[in-house]
Design a protein around this ligand. Structure first.
Ligand code: ADP
Ligand code: ZN
Length: 218
């Protein structure tokens, strides 16, 4: 089962993907996380990515496609995967089709998460990350037990460098102009599953993931 997570920033793609990973026993591949790890470790890939990611801009397709191609060829992806943060434009979507065709597989499900725009800004500004274990918290949706301290490591949480209002605006613009057409592309292929996820309707990552799992296992 190959699943792709789609949706604007802060909708909870990573959180839903993490829950699906546990239930379906599939690897969760977040391109943003891979870039951040490489940036932190100062690898060659990280040196390229940091110029774009820190500004909220997309890393060039050649670099991103190559990275995804290598990752999907790894052994743990044999029975499927959950891709989070890729593809982000039509060129990447077409490249992914090629990569998967070579692996004799295809996209099975695209989970499209929808959250009201005013809520999105609030959710992203409330996002925090543990600098040590990378666990992601949200000061509105998923608070740590004490203050802004990681439950697992006791380390003080930080915000991502691109989680400022200014950089979020750039990222949301890119989402609307470049990533939305990708959702339409998959819609034409009949694989999109739309999900509302919002405080206003009391629907959270947990419920969304449970419904998806129930349908897959049915
Ligand atoms: P966001 O909340 O903006 O979706 P991500 O964690 O998915 O954040 O990605 C962080 C950054 O990593 C992006 O702003 C971009 O620079 C880079 N990145 C992640 N995925 C891709 C991709 N598919 N194509 C190009 N750049 C990407
Ligand atoms: Zn931690």
């Amino acid at each position: 089962m190959n699943i792709i997570m789609m949706g604007a920033q802060g909708t909870g793609k990573g959180t839903v993907a993490g829950l699906l990973k546990n239930e379906l026993n599939l690897p969760h591949i977040s391109t943003g996380e891979i870039f951040r790890k490489n940036i932190q470790e100062g690898t060659e890939l990280g040196k390229i990515a940091t110029k774009y990611a820190d500004e909220g801009k997309l890393v060039p397709d050649e670099v991103t496609n190559e990275m995804v191609k290598n990752r999907l060829a790894e052994d743990d992806c044999k029975n499927g995967f959950i891709l989070d943060g890729y593809p982000r434009n039509l060129a990447q979507a077409k490249e992914l089709d090629k990569i998967l065709a070579e692996l004799n597989t295809k996209v099975d499900m695209v989970v499209n998460l929808n959250t009201p725009t005013d809520e999105i800004v609030e959710r992203v500004m409330a996002r925090r990350e543990c600098p040590k274990c990378k666990r992601v918290y949200n000061m509105i949706l998923n608070k740590p037990k004490n203050g802004e301290i990681c439950d697992d490591c006791g380390v003080e949480l930080t915000s991502r460098v691109d989680d400022t209002e200014e950089k979020l605006k750039i990222r949301l613009d890119t989402f609307h102009t470049q990533t939305k057409p990708v959702i339409d592309y998959y819609r034409e292929h009949g694989v999109v599953r739309d999900e509302e996820i919002s405080i206003s309707i009391n629907r959270f990552a947990k419920e969304v993931a449970e419904d998806i799992v129930a349908d897959i296992k049915a």
